[in-house]
Design a protein around this ligand. Structure first.
Ligand code: FE
Length: 234
């Protein structure tokens, strides 16, 4: 499997490229509008063609590149049926499986940061198990629950029921990092995540999330309506 982790400095967003070298089929997870040229050039340089684009959720901090990439490549865009983005070609339910060559991406509904948050469990022969966690689970952190449809108790249950039940050595790739981390594992986060890990309870998590007192994301008023239209400004 071809696998690349790409970064947007402005919003600290990770975009992931997955491709099957045998068939040349490629997918992008969470592309950023400003990097559509970079990402599509990379896909072409690697001898691949983009067939699927996934958004882990309707983002509030950047505009998705999904709609633009669909226009350029005719790739199919995927978002949760609960995401409120009817522009997508495929509205996924929990358990939805997409095949990209020999790679299988299984959607796991993990609401809490937003209602439509989905993680993607990725399996391919001879590859370690990987999960792309969007903003549900970050390296030693998690997404906020104080805007869109955020709800801390829902996020706690999503992470504990859907993610912490995966094998401990599952590699975890988040949608963002603000401190320079790139990857973690389920076992590491169960042990060490200061919000959702073993040192916390549902009650202490809900209190902590209620008191974060962060400023709203800079682009929220532009990004949310744009992302409901797959990044093509409504
Ligand atoms: Fe987010």
């Amino acid at each position: 499997m071809i696998f690349r982790q790409l970064f947007d400095k402005e919003s600290s967003t990770y975009t992931y490229l997955l491709a099957d070298p045998a068939t040349g089929e490629a997918a992008l997870i969470d592309p950023v509008l400003e990097h559509v040229a970079r990402d599509s050039k990379l896909v072409a340089e690697l001898g691949c063609r983009l067939v699927s684009v996934f958004d882990t959720h309707v983002h509030a901090d950047h505009v998705t590149g999904a709609g633009k990439l669909r226009e350029l490549t005719s790739a199919k865009t995927h978002v949760s049926a609960r995401g409120g983005a009817p522009c997508a070609d495929v509205e996924m339910q929990d358990g939805h499986v997409t095949r990209v060559g020999n790679i299988a991406l299984t959607a796991l509904a993990t609401p809490g940061h937003t209602n439509g948050c989905m993680c993607f469990l990725v399996t391919a022969e001879g590859e370690p198990l990987r999960v792309f966690t969007g903003d549900a689970l970050l390296v030693r952190g998690c997404g906020r629950t104080d805007f869109q449809e955020g709800d801390a108790a829902t996020l706690w249950r999503s992470v504990h029921e859907k993610l912490f039940s995966l094998p401990d050595d599952t590699l975890v790739y988040p949608a963002h990092d603000y401190r320079g981390f790139t990857v973690t594992t389920i076992g590491e986060e169960k042990r060490l995540n200061p919000r959702l890990g073993e040192s916390m309870t549902l009650e202490s998590f809900v209190t902590l999330m209620k008191n974060l007192d962060l400023p709203p994301p800079g682009k929220i008023h532009e990004a949310v309506p744009a992302n409901r239209a797959c990044g093509q400004r409504p």
